[in-house]
Ligand binder design. Sequence first.
Ligand code: ADP
Ligand code: MG
Ligand code: MG
Length: 197
Amino acid sequence: MLTVANTTKWLQLFTDQVNTNQDALNQYDTPIGDGDHGSNLARGTTAMMDSLNKADLKSVSDVWKTAAMAIISKVGGAAGPLYGTAFLEMAKASKDRPADDIAVQPLIDASLKGLLKRGGAVPGDKTMVDVWTDVDADLEKGPLTSDQVKTAVESTKPMEAKKGRASYLGKDSVGHLDPGSVSSGFFFESLIQEGEI
Ligand code: ADP
Ligand code: MG
Ligand code: MG
Protein backbone atom coordinates (compact mmCIF):
# COMPACT_ATOMS: atom_id res chain seq x y z
CA MET A 1 0.00 0.00 0.00
CA LEU A 2 1.15 3.51 -0.75
CA THR A 3 2.06 5.92 2.05
CA VAL A 4 3.48 9.45 1.96
CA ALA A 5 6.89 8.02 2.88
CA ASN A 6 7.13 5.18 0.35
CA THR A 7 5.60 7.26 -2.46
CA THR A 8 8.15 10.01 -1.87
CA LYS A 9 10.91 7.38 -1.78
CA TRP A 10 9.67 5.93 -5.09
CA LEU A 11 9.89 9.38 -6.68
CA GLN A 12 13.34 9.96 -5.18
CA LEU A 13 14.57 6.66 -6.68
CA PHE A 14 13.06 7.66 -10.03
CA THR A 15 14.80 11.04 -9.84
CA ASP A 16 18.11 9.31 -9.06
CA GLN A 17 17.72 6.99 -12.05
CA VAL A 18 16.81 9.86 -14.37
CA ASN A 19 19.83 11.86 -13.20
CA THR A 20 22.20 8.91 -13.52
CA ASN A 21 20.88 8.05 -16.98
CA GLN A 22 20.26 11.55 -18.28
CA ASP A 23 22.80 11.22 -21.12
CA ALA A 24 21.56 7.77 -22.07
CA LEU A 25 17.99 9.08 -22.28
CA ASN A 26 19.16 11.93 -24.51
CA GLN A 27 20.93 9.35 -26.69
CA TYR A 28 17.79 7.23 -27.04
CA ASP A 29 16.03 10.41 -28.15
CA THR A 30 18.71 11.31 -30.73
CA PRO A 31 18.09 8.91 -33.65
CA ILE A 32 14.30 9.16 -33.48
CA GLY A 33 13.75 12.53 -31.77
CA ASP A 34 15.56 15.73 -30.81
CA GLY A 35 17.94 14.40 -28.17
CA ASP A 36 16.47 16.16 -25.16
CA HIS A 37 14.39 13.59 -23.29
CA GLY A 38 16.97 13.08 -20.51
CA SER A 39 17.62 16.79 -20.04
CA ASN A 40 13.88 17.54 -20.08
CA LEU A 41 13.08 14.93 -17.50
CA ALA A 42 16.07 15.58 -15.23
CA ARG A 43 15.06 19.24 -15.01
CA GLY A 44 11.56 18.16 -14.02
CA THR A 45 12.44 15.46 -11.52
CA THR A 46 14.97 17.70 -9.76
CA ALA A 47 12.33 20.44 -9.43
CA MET A 48 9.86 17.80 -8.30
CA MET A 49 12.11 16.65 -5.43
CA ASP A 50 12.71 20.30 -4.41
CA SER A 51 8.95 20.85 -4.24
CA LEU A 52 8.35 17.59 -2.38
CA ASN A 53 11.05 18.37 0.17
CA LYS A 54 9.53 21.80 0.86
CA ALA A 55 5.85 20.84 0.87
CA ASP A 56 3.71 19.86 3.83
CA LEU A 57 2.59 16.48 2.52
CA LYS A 58 -0.43 15.23 4.41
CA SER A 59 -1.55 12.51 2.04
CA VAL A 60 -0.44 10.32 -0.87
CA SER A 61 -2.64 12.50 -3.05
CA ASP A 62 -0.65 15.58 -1.94
CA VAL A 63 2.57 13.85 -3.04
CA TRP A 64 1.30 13.15 -6.56
CA LYS A 65 -0.26 16.58 -6.94
CA THR A 66 2.93 18.35 -5.85
CA ALA A 67 4.99 16.12 -8.16
CA ALA A 68 2.65 16.75 -11.11
CA MET A 69 2.71 20.52 -10.70
CA ALA A 70 6.52 20.64 -10.61
CA ILE A 71 6.87 18.39 -13.65
CA ILE A 72 4.30 20.31 -15.67
CA SER A 73 5.90 23.65 -14.90
CA LYS A 74 9.51 22.56 -15.60
CA VAL A 75 9.43 20.03 -18.42
CA GLY A 76 8.99 21.36 -21.92
CA GLY A 77 8.30 18.94 -24.72
CA ALA A 78 5.87 16.07 -24.90
CA ALA A 79 7.03 14.26 -21.78
CA GLY A 80 6.16 17.09 -19.35
CA PRO A 81 2.40 17.20 -19.90
CA LEU A 82 2.33 13.40 -20.18
CA TYR A 83 4.10 12.57 -16.90
CA GLY A 84 2.20 15.52 -15.38
CA THR A 85 -1.10 14.01 -16.50
CA ALA A 86 -0.11 10.58 -15.18
CA PHE A 87 0.79 11.99 -11.77
CA LEU A 88 -2.34 14.20 -11.60
CA GLU A 89 -4.47 11.15 -12.27
CA MET A 90 -2.69 9.35 -9.41
CA ALA A 91 -3.52 12.34 -7.19
CA LYS A 92 -7.17 12.14 -8.17
CA ALA A 93 -7.40 8.36 -7.80
CA SER A 94 -5.85 8.43 -4.32
CA LYS A 95 -7.69 11.50 -3.07
CA ASP A 96 -10.68 10.03 -1.30
CA ARG A 97 -9.17 6.66 -0.43
CA PRO A 98 -8.68 5.52 3.18
CA ALA A 99 -5.06 6.37 4.09
CA ASP A 100 -4.20 2.71 4.76
CA ASP A 101 -5.78 1.33 1.61
CA ILE A 102 -4.13 2.97 -1.40
CA ALA A 103 -2.99 0.24 -3.78
CA VAL A 104 -0.70 0.98 -6.73
CA GLN A 105 -2.58 -0.78 -9.53
CA PRO A 106 -5.76 1.36 -9.53
CA LEU A 107 -3.58 4.48 -9.62
CA ILE A 108 -1.57 3.23 -12.60
CA ASP A 109 -4.81 2.26 -14.29
CA ALA A 110 -6.14 5.82 -13.83
CA SER A 111 -2.86 7.27 -15.13
CA LEU A 112 -2.95 5.11 -18.22
CA LYS A 113 -6.47 6.27 -19.03
CA GLY A 114 -5.30 9.88 -18.61
CA LEU A 115 -2.27 9.28 -20.87
CA LEU A 116 -4.41 7.72 -23.59
CA LYS A 117 -6.78 10.67 -23.48
CA ARG A 118 -4.13 13.36 -23.26
CA GLY A 119 -1.73 12.10 -25.94
CA GLY A 120 -4.13 10.29 -28.24
CA ALA A 121 -1.71 7.38 -28.66
CA VAL A 122 -2.85 3.78 -28.52
CA PRO A 123 -0.80 0.70 -27.57
CA GLY A 124 1.56 -0.16 -30.43
CA ASP A 125 2.25 3.48 -31.38
CA LYS A 126 5.76 3.30 -29.85
CA THR A 127 5.20 5.70 -26.95
CA MET A 128 5.37 5.50 -23.18
CA VAL A 129 1.75 4.30 -23.37
CA ASP A 130 3.15 0.88 -24.36
CA VAL A 131 5.04 0.47 -21.11
CA TRP A 132 2.21 1.85 -18.94
CA THR A 133 -0.26 -0.52 -20.67
CA ASP A 134 1.89 -3.61 -20.11
CA VAL A 135 2.75 -2.71 -16.51
CA ASP A 136 -0.90 -1.96 -15.74
CA ALA A 137 -1.83 -5.46 -16.97
CA ASP A 138 1.10 -7.09 -15.13
CA LEU A 139 0.19 -5.36 -11.85
CA GLU A 140 -3.33 -6.68 -12.14
CA LYS A 141 -1.93 -10.23 -11.98
CA GLY A 142 0.47 -9.73 -9.06
CA PRO A 143 3.66 -8.00 -7.94
CA LEU A 144 5.62 -6.40 -10.76
CA THR A 145 9.00 -7.86 -11.71
CA SER A 146 12.03 -6.30 -13.30
CA ASP A 147 11.79 -8.78 -16.18
CA GLN A 148 8.26 -7.62 -16.94
CA VAL A 149 9.42 -4.00 -17.03
CA LYS A 150 12.34 -4.87 -19.33
CA THR A 151 10.07 -6.82 -21.66
CA ALA A 152 7.66 -3.89 -21.85
CA VAL A 153 10.44 -1.41 -22.69
CA GLU A 154 12.01 -3.76 -25.27
CA SER A 155 8.64 -4.29 -26.94
CA THR A 156 8.85 -0.74 -28.35
CA LYS A 157 11.98 -1.53 -30.40
CA PRO A 158 10.34 -3.22 -33.42
CA MET A 159 7.41 -0.80 -33.44
CA GLU A 160 6.92 1.94 -36.02
CA ALA A 161 6.16 5.24 -34.27
CA LYS A 162 2.72 6.70 -34.90
CA LYS A 163 2.77 9.57 -32.38
CA GLY A 164 5.25 12.19 -31.24
CA ARG A 165 8.43 13.29 -32.99
CA ALA A 166 9.55 9.73 -33.81
CA SER A 167 6.48 9.37 -36.05
CA TYR A 168 8.05 11.88 -38.50
CA LEU A 169 10.56 9.13 -39.31
CA GLY A 170 7.96 6.56 -40.27
CA LYS A 171 9.60 3.17 -40.88
CA ASP A 172 13.03 4.56 -39.94
CA SER A 173 11.83 4.64 -36.34
CA VAL A 174 11.82 0.81 -36.32
CA GLY A 175 14.74 -0.77 -34.45
CA HIS A 176 15.10 1.90 -31.77
CA LEU A 177 13.75 1.91 -28.22
CA ASP A 178 11.27 4.68 -27.49
CA PRO A 179 12.92 7.15 -25.05
CA GLY A 180 9.73 7.84 -23.09
CA SER A 181 9.30 4.10 -22.65
CA VAL A 182 12.87 3.80 -21.35
CA SER A 183 12.22 6.54 -18.76
CA SER A 184 8.89 4.94 -17.86
CA GLY A 185 10.86 1.73 -17.34
CA PHE A 186 12.98 3.63 -14.81
CA PHE A 187 9.81 4.83 -13.11
CA PHE A 188 8.57 1.26 -12.65
CA GLU A 189 12.01 -0.15 -11.79
CA SER A 190 12.03 2.47 -9.02
CA LEU A 191 8.72 1.17 -7.74
CA ILE A 192 10.22 -2.34 -7.53
CA GLN A 193 13.42 -0.99 -5.98
CA GLU A 194 11.43 0.84 -3.29
CA GLY A 195 10.59 -2.61 -2.05
CA GLU A 196 7.88 -1.91 0.49
CA ILE A 197 4.99 -0.99 -1.74
P1 ADP B 1 9.80 16.01 -27.28
O1 ADP B 1 9.45 14.89 -28.22
O2 ADP B 1 8.79 17.10 -27.32
O3 ADP B 1 11.20 16.47 -27.44
P2 ADP B 1 10.57 14.34 -25.04
O4 ADP B 1 11.76 14.00 -25.85
O5 ADP B 1 10.83 14.81 -23.66
O6 ADP B 1 9.64 15.40 -25.78
O7 ADP B 1 9.62 13.05 -24.91
C1 ADP B 1 9.45 12.15 -25.97
C2 ADP B 1 8.63 10.97 -25.51
O8 ADP B 1 7.28 11.38 -25.25
C3 ADP B 1 8.49 9.88 -26.54
O9 ADP B 1 9.58 8.98 -26.46
C4 ADP B 1 7.17 9.20 -26.20
O10 ADP B 1 7.33 8.12 -25.27
C5 ADP B 1 6.41 10.30 -25.52
N1 ADP B 1 5.32 10.78 -26.38
C6 ADP B 1 5.39 11.65 -27.39
N2 ADP B 1 4.17 11.88 -27.92
C7 ADP B 1 3.30 11.11 -27.22
C8 ADP B 1 1.88 10.88 -27.27
N3 ADP B 1 1.11 11.51 -28.14
N4 ADP B 1 1.34 10.01 -26.36
C9 ADP B 1 2.13 9.38 -25.47
N5 ADP B 1 3.46 9.55 -25.38
C10 ADP B 1 4.05 10.39 -26.24
MG1 MG C 1 12.77 14.99 -27.34
MG1 MG D 1 12.09 18.41 -27.43
